[in-house]
Design a protein around this ligand. Structure first.
Ligand SMILES: [Zn+2]
Length: 236
């Protein structure tokens, strides 16, 4: 009985060490990750997760182009392999591209080998298509296990979370999404949006909200830029 209690205790501790502690450190406390840009420049970053999506990614690109805005797309490797022309289109549009793993698996469900494999495979799929190194990584749902951060940072890459979650995966009313972003963003914000929505099966609410979001940001003097420009300090 004592042995069983001990084994259970050790197992739970190891499980906590693999899941809860790293998630607390990187995700909840936002240590060592890029989750906000400089607050002294009037820039924000729009980031779109989970694409490319055959319908909603081109629509997202259209809205951005119409407003002359560049953003950052965190792409899922298996979708990128399926729609490589969309990955090219994103890159050609001057947007930044980040790795969002190959299969979008929950990091707590993966062991160390699989964690590295998922991240590496996602990065390689994107690099193969655009022929350039991928610098940014964002884990699915922003969740970490003990290996996620180090695997995501290979070649001095940056692990990126967000400071403003648009909630576009659960708010169906575009006005509510736009209002939520307006109330929760400021200079330096990294805004999380989705150009592929697995909950609704469409990003239509986000797509209607996007022009409202952009207009509101611009009215407040905040310019949406891709991540590579968000980090630059004040323009002289
Ligand atoms: Zn995701």
């Amino acid at each position: 009985m004592t042995a069983l209690v001990t084994i259970t205790g050790i197992t739970l501790s190891l499980a906590g060490l693999w899941t809860i502690l790293p998630d607390l450190w990187f995700h909840r406390l936002r240590r060592q990750v890029l989750w906000h840009g400089p607050r002294d420049v009037n820039r924000v970053a729009l980031t779109f997760d989970d694409g490319p999506h055959p319908v909603d990614t081109p629509r997202t690109l259209e809205v951005l182009a119409r407003h002359n805005i560049q953003a950052t797309f965190f792409l899922v490797g298996k979708h990128a392999d399926r729609y490589p022309n969309l990955v090219q289109e994103i890159a050609t549009g001057g947007h930044d591209i980040g790795n969002h793993t190959y299969n979008h698996r929950h990091q707590w469900s993966l062991g160390p080998v699989k964690t590295v494999q998922e991240i590496r495979q996602g990065k390689e799929a994107l690099e193969q298509i655009i022929g350039k190194p991928i610098e940014y990584f964002r884990p699915p749902w922003g969740i970490f296990n003990l290996r996620t951060f180090s695997a995501g940072r290979t070649n001095r890459g940056e692990v990126v979370l967000w400071s403003c979650n648009a909630q576009d995966y659960k708010l169906i009313d575009p006005a509510a999404i736009a209002h939520h972003v307006a109330m929760n963003s400021s200079a330096g914000s990294i805004i999380l949006l989705h150009d592929a929505n697995s909950v609704f099966g469409t990003s239509a609410p986000m797509l209607t909200a996007l022009p409202l979001i952009i207009t509101n940001l611009k009215q407040r003097g905040l310019n949406p830029v891709p991540l590579r420009q968000l980090k630059r300090s004040k323009v002289k």
